[in-house]
Design a protein around this ligand. Structure first.
Ligand SMILES: O=C1O[C@H](COP(=O)(O)O)[C@@H](O)[C@H](O)[C@H]1O
Length: 266
């Protein structure tokens, strides 16, 4: 069983004994949000990231979820993407296609990947324009207090440096307020050219989940969640603070090993 705690201002923390347990809980969480969203809005707009997160979503492709989830109502997006061809080993689309989409019946026209044959700047503009059209038709919901898209769920993974999506520490893109989808050409982690949801979009979602596993990320988890003082307030993962939505952290024990316990209630 997951050990669930609520941090006074950093959301819910679900700390799991092992990756198998984390994967089971993550699948159940996504399936429940999908069901609630389809009931309320008729669709489920979910944005995913890359990394080991996709493998951890694997149980959604198995019994019972492969039969019970209303896949026809899913609209899938990428919170960030590397500007490489769709068949390239670095492509987040390829990762999700191979590890997830090839195993469940999401409608191909509901798969909203980026245009991989243009520059990073154009790809970001085209992706944002596309999202704007889907907000107009309310395939993607709209925020109550801005014109931002309100995704039903954005799934993030955090890197050991505290980055989420393609929002990296000390990068000027962390201050972007106007764009929904931004481009960068200087990612410190290869490949350099990427597009990414900006913080206003991430923080407008109804639900944001951050999945973090492994001891190499324990320090970043501590800096993103614990009260560590002003030096770390601009760590990208720390800037994930949904305005009205719910934030849930899915951690395994090694990733949670440096958390200080004093700020939680069970
Ligand atoms: O580059 C990226 O990295 C993160 C995950 O970081 P990792 O160090 O755990 O691989 C991923 O979530 C993001 O989508 C991606 O583009």
């Amino acid at each position: 069983m997951a050990h669930s705690r609520v941090h006074k201002d950093r959301g819910e923390l679900r700390i799991h004994e092992n990756l198998d347990e984390l994967g089971t809980d993550l699948a159940e969480y996504i399936a429940e949000l999908s069901e609630a969203s389809v009931k309320e809005r008729g669709v489920f707009a979910i944005a995913v990231s890359g990394g080991s997160l996709i493998g951890l979503m694997g149980k959604l492709c198995e019994t019972p979820y492969n039969k019970t989830v209303d896949w026809a109502k899913w609209y899938i997006f990428w919170a960030d993407e590397r500007v490489v061809g769709k068949a390239h080993a670095d492509s987040n689309y390829k990762l999700v296609k191979d590890g997830f989409l090839s195993k469940v019946p999401v409608v191909p026209s509901h798969v909203n990947s980026i245009n991989d044959s243009v520059s990073a700047e154009e790809a970001a503009d085209i992706y944002e324009f596309h999202i704007r059209q889907l907000v107009k038709t309310r395939t993607i919901n709209v925020s109550d207090n801005s014109d931002c898209p309100k995704f039903d769920l954005i799934l993030l993974e955090m890197g050991p440096d505290g980055h989420v999506a393609s929002l990296f520490p000390n990068h000027p893109m962390l201050d972007e307020k106007a764009e929904w989808v931004a481009f960068i050409t200087d990612s410190p982690k290869p490949p350099p050219e990427r597009i990414t949801f900006t913080l206003p979009v991430i923080n407008s979602a109804s639900n944001v989940a951050v999945v973090v596993t492994g001891e190499s990320k324990a320090e970043a988890v501590h800096l993103a969640i614990d009260d560590v003082g002003p030096d770390y307030l601009s760590l990208p993962a720390r800037l994930v603070q949904p305005t009205k939505g719910k934030l849930v952290w899915f951690l395994d024990k090694p990733a949670a090993s440096k958390l200080d316990g004093s700020q939680f209630s069970e």
